[in-house]
Design a binder for this molecule. Sequence first.
Ligand code: F6P
Length: 327
Amino acid sequence: MEYKINTIGVLTSGGDAPGMNAAVRAVTRAAICNHIRVKAIFRGYKGLIDGEVKEFSSQDVSGIIQRGGTIIKSARCPEFQTPEGRQLAYQTLQREQIDALIVIGGDGTFTGARLFAQEFNVPVIGIPATIDNDLWGTDATIGYDTSLGTIMECIDKLRDTATSHERVFLVEVMGRDAGFLTLNAAIAGGCEAAIIPERASVKEQIEDAIGNGRRKSKNSAIVLVQEHAIEGGANAVAKMIEQEHPEYSTRVTILGHLQRGGTPTASDRILASRMGVAAVQALLDEQRNVMVGVQNEEIILVPLTKAIHQKKDVKEDKWQAMLTLSI
Ligand code: F6P
């Protein structure tokens, strides 16, 4: 080992995700169990630049496993994208005598972490936490399962109004550039269609959505629209439908940040706990610049570069299932 790790820094960055707290708790307690000190860095990379650091004891992470959001706060930090910002961040690490970093977040968090690790030769381990589930190399990211459940509950509620009023509901779902949340929520919610960026023609997808309703002689429908599948999102789809099919009465619901909140599910708490412990173990095993992932229930390590750059595919059978079941 090049040098011994005495102190780990932990931060949460980017969009918050339910289960981030469980991950912070796991990292803190696993480190303490291994006689490593833990310093929490507040507000993600912004706190690293500004020196917002506090040493955590086991008690500091008591009673947080069930809480959504992140007790150490999160932020989006454009300054960390600059060499000057990263230099300031490195100075904080030196001042605080932090030997390695565990970063909890998504794609943007890992992109910054990888650059930082290369520039300053700092061991970094990533824990994937994002509702988008868009990181390659892991079957699930922390927060995804909770978010999926939240979206499904909203769909169930909207179904009452859709059927009562015989309307077409266009429901906008988050996901950055990925359709995992949208497609899986559509299956779980028994939706008539899902419009996702991974499928080429949005127009065709809209026609499918309407066609499905017709074939089934339904007089209501719920269509999920991934936020970036089409410019203008669900509102744009509603306009297209009303123009081409004035016989349909449409309504738009944008779920927005509701999708990021709430108590993490058991599955997210377990995933976060396992990943937090595995991240500390990875540092003890002299691993660096890797993301902790889970594949077929096994914890694995994936190079950060791959996690960021490789594209995770939407499973074809899920797409087919959604189409088949929506007739
Ligand atoms: O990455 C999580 C996410 O919620 C995306 O699904 C969404 O596109 C984005 O963050 C929204 O970010 P913000 O909360 O900064 O507007």
